[in-house]
Design a protein around this ligand. Sequence first.
Ligand SMILES: Cc1ncc(COP(=O)(O)O)c(C=O)c1O
Length: 460
Amino acid sequence: MTYQNFSLKRLQEMDAAHHLHPFTDHRDLRAAGSRIITRADGPFIYDSEGNEILDGMAGLWCVNVGYGRDELAEAAYAQLKELPFYNSFFRCTTPTPVLLAERLAAIAPDGVNQVFYGSSGSEANDTALRLVRHYWALEGNPQKRIVISRNWAYHGSTITGASLGGMAAMHGQLNGPVPDIRHVMPPYAFELAEQGESDEAFGLRAAKAVEDAILEAGAENVAAFIGEPVMGAGGVKIAPDSYWPEIQRICRKHDVLLMLDEVITGYGRTGQWFAAQTFGLEPDTITTAKALTSGYQPLSALLVGDRIASTLVDKGGEFFHGYTYSGHPVACAVALANLDIIEREGLIERVREETGPYLNKALKEALSGHGIVGEVRSIGLMGAIEIVRDKESRERFSNAGSAGVAVRDHAIANGMMLRAVGDTMILSPPLIWTKETIDMACERIGKALDLAEAGLRKAG
Ligand SMILES: Cc1ncc(COP(=O)(O)O)c(C=O)c1O
């Protein structure tokens, strides 16, 4: 039976009756009814009414090679027929996770050569936290357990992910986070820089907050610092240039491991395979998922640096951790085909040399002068637009978040899928976007801003 046998209304009724969506106020959803996306092609998604929408979010930060790739469907089909599943426990494995691990080691930053698989970014961060603490225990420093993270960080939605993350609303529902995780200010100059403070000075101050937290806890008790190289779900917060080199220096000085969460930035988004390479960092772990398969299959890979891996191998004994679907053969087959496409089509070079710089320029030229835009920023193919009532003072509209929702709703109605994080609009499109697609996006976003401004100013 296929969904075409059902009317939109009936699908919405069944959805409301039985389907609890992620990150959703279920009463609101039931009142409004869900939007049902039925197909997609290239950079566009289509809803059940046949509306074509330019997907500015690559699904959910993942569909880097765009939609409708037969090659990925065929890779999955071939693997499903040959061997749909076998596990990687009990000294077994299947070929595709092996091939993929070797491939990932080749593209990862120097000194990162091992892979631990899961199905989601949240699972991979669970693996990362366990591995890092296990590492210090094996090294004879079991008290080195504290992890420093940042407010507004997003590291997933399992209890570990939400604890590592810095989302206050999620913490509120945790009923007790994983212990020994501390949060400091993020490098978010738009809201946190002081009057007259340069970007450079602000970046150093935000990094110093990490060092202060290490000193307060006692470096002998701190296992790691974890951060997204560019904070994604928290609102595409891009650190000033001074921030990451200073974080690397601080971690080295205090012998604190550097855990990068590249679930969004991995696989090309910032114009290198990994943002660690964009920023010249030497991480001990790199959490990846999403664009590893361009979302065509659920798969995550925690990339593990040599320092941790050699201790695990030499001193570890059994590491009591893993998932049924660690190294799922079909997901790994799709990942291999996906990396082929990224490489063959030169998508990363295109982001680095052409579309990334063009997006930056186009956002500035087309949108930064708009009456309700306080700032535009981007790196590679991810960007943000800050919505404000007053451009000069950066005062927001009252009722936080309502301006973001207004812009988003007008954008979608005008064929542009954008996401709002509070009053920050965020953009993270497929890497197949061209200059023409970027122009189309800017035009549609501009229209949404005009319509939203009219409504917001009228509402006061
Ligand atoms: C940086 C980051 N880490 C972890 C996750 C969690 O990934 P998943 O939703 O696959 O569990 C996300 C999801 O958006 C993310 O953006």
